[in-house]
Design a protein around this ligand. Structure first.
Ligand code: ZN
Length: 230
C-alpha cells in the first residue's frame, strides 16, 4: 500500500524560507533510479486561522507560500514535462526555461490581443496618439492570437517529442506519477506537532527511508482519496 508522509506544523515553519526538500534517499522517489539529480516541485501555502469569509475569497491569519521539492531522476522529471509543464516554470533546467518562455509568450500574446480590443472601443479616441492604429485593431488582435496559437503549437510539439522519447526508452508514464500533496488549513498554532502537510508517495521503500531520515510520520494511504485542497 502506498505511504504518505505527515509533516508537522513545526517542521513546515522551520522550512518556510528555504522550502521543504526531500533529498534523502539519494535515488528517484518514483522509480529508484540513480542518479536522481532533479526535483519535482509543488507550490504550497501554510494557512492558519480562517478569518470570516471575505467578499471575494477566504482569508487567513497566516497565509505563507512555501515550496516542496522531491528528488526524482531525469526520466521522471521529463515525464512531468509531458503532463504538467507549468509545474516546471521555476526550475533552472532546459525544460524549466522552455516552460517560462511559453508562459511569457502567452502573456505577450494576451496583452497584444487585449490592446487590440481596447483600440476597438471608445476608450481610444480617433484623435489620440493611438488614433492611427485604431482602424487597424483587427490586425492587432490577430497578431496577439497568432502569438498565442504559435506558442501553443510549439509547446504541444515539444511535449509530444519528449513523450515519444520516453516511450521509446521503455518508460511507462502511468507509473511515474507525481506525489499527491495536500496542505491542510489549521485552526491555530497551539499544537506545533499537528500534521499540516501530507505527501502521498507511490514508492513505499523510498517513503519509509525518507520519513525515518527527516523524522516525519508515516501512514498508509489510499491514492486519489483526496478530500482537501492542494
Ligand atoms: Zn525516476
Amino acid at each position: 500500500m502506498p505511504n504518505k508522509l505527515i509533516v508537522s506544523l513545526r517542521q513546515v515553519q522551520d522550512s518556510l524560507s528555504g522550502g521543504i526538500v526531500l533529498d534523502y534517499p539519494q535515488r528517484c522517489s518514483r522509480c529508484d533510479a540513480v542518479p536522481a539529480a532533479h526535483y519535482e516541485s509543488h507550490k504550497l501555502r501554510l494557512r492558519i486561522g480562517r478569518k470570516r469569509p471575505g467578499l471575494y475569497r477566504q482569508t487567513y491569519e497566516v497565509n505563507e507560500p512555501y515550496r516542496l521539492k522531491i528528488r526524482v531522476c531525469q526520466s521522471c522529471y521529463r515525464a512531468d514535462f509531458t503532463t504538467n509543464i507549468e509545474v516546471l516554470e521555476n526550475d533552472d533546467t532546459p525544460e524549466g526555461r522552455f516552460a517560462r518562455n511559453c508562459r511569457w509568450a502567452y502573456r505577450v500574446g494576451g496583452v497584444v490581443a487585449g490592446a487590440g480590443m481596447l483600440l476597438m472601443t471608445n476608450f481610444i479616441h480617433p484623435d489620440s496618439n493611438f488614433g492611427w492604429l485604431k482602424a487597424n485593431w483587427p490586425f492587432v488582435v490577430g497578431a496577439g492570437g497568432i502569438i498565442i496559437i504559435t506558442t501553443w503549437l510549439l509547446q504541444r510539439q515539444r511535449m509530444s517529442r519528449v513523450q515519444d522519447e520516453l516511450v521509446d526508452a521503455g518508460i511507462n508514464l502511468e507509473q511515474r506519477q507525481r506525489a499527491e500533496v495536500r496542505s491542510a488549513v489549521l485552526e491555530n498554532t497551539n499544537d506545533p506537532e499537528s500534521g499540516v502537510l501530507e505527501i502521498g508517495l507511490h514508492n513505499d521503500n523510498w517513503a519509509a527511508e525518507c520519513a525515518a531520515h527527516y523524522n516525519y510520520t508515516l501512514e498508509d494511504y489510499l491514492p486519489h482519496q483526496r478530500t482537501g485542497d492542494e
